[in-house]
Ligand binder design. Structure first.
Ligand SMILES: O=C(O)C[C@@H](Cc1ccccc1)[C@H](O)SCc1ccccc1
Ligand SMILES: [Zn+2]
Length: 171
């Protein structure tokens, strides 16, 4: 399992670089990220969150963790003007959930783990999730869209959750 960086760790603000070649090392990182995402009960994970600053996202929206997807050097283009709210969470901001407005139909252009082209129009949760992950690759975290007060509360909440996890780990 890979350690997931927690907000407000400044490393989460790093801009991810494009992947030049899908090497064996990157394939190992992909499987490690998928395993880490499942363990953390997430449906998406960006390489930035595990302190690897390359343009790589893994996702799995299936109920039974049977359909992992890999997006390399992704590009997301909104296809509708109007935005819809969605209650978002983030593995880097544990136990914090709040509404974020995003376009809910986007085009995804990327490469998959075999270097094959992905060019899809997606809506709903998949569209929300890919935009949330794309933000991570650009050093943006969903709490950045919330009020200053909510950002302060999020920082306090994460600090508390990490203390509890440390105590549990120690036992
Ligand atoms: O931290 C992450 O990037 C993974 C998020 C992805 C996500 C954020 C907002 C909306 C959808 C997906 C985690 O999966 S947070 C856990 C979660 C699971 C299902 C639905 C919403 C949030
Ligand atoms: Zn996140």
């Amino acid at each position: 399992l890979l350690p997931i960086l927690s907000y407000p760790d400044p490393r989460l603000r790093t801009i991810a670089k494009p992947v030049k070649e899908v090497t064996a090392e990157i394939k190992t990182l992909i499987s490690d990220m998928i395993e880490t995402m499942y363990d953390a009960q997430g449906i998406g994970l960006a390489a930035s969150q595990v302190d690897r600053h390359i343009q790589l996202i893994v996702m799995d929206l299936s109920e039974d963790k049977s359909a992992p997807r890999v997006f390399i050097n992704p590009k997301v283009t909104p296809l509708v003007e109007e935005k819809q709210p969605y209650e978002e969470g983030c593995l880097s901001v544990p136990d914090v959930y709040d509404k974020v407005e995003r376009p809910n139909k986007v085009r995804i252009e990327a490469l998959d783990e075999n270097g094959d082209v992905i060019d899809e129009v997606v809506e709903g949760l998949l569209a929300v999730c890919i935009q949330h992950e794309m933000d991570h690759l650009n050093g943006v975290i969903f709490v950045d869209y919330l009020s200053r007060l909510k950002q302060t509360r999020a920082r306090d909440k994460v600090r508390k959750v990490l203390k509890i996890r440390e105590k549990q780990g120690a036992q």
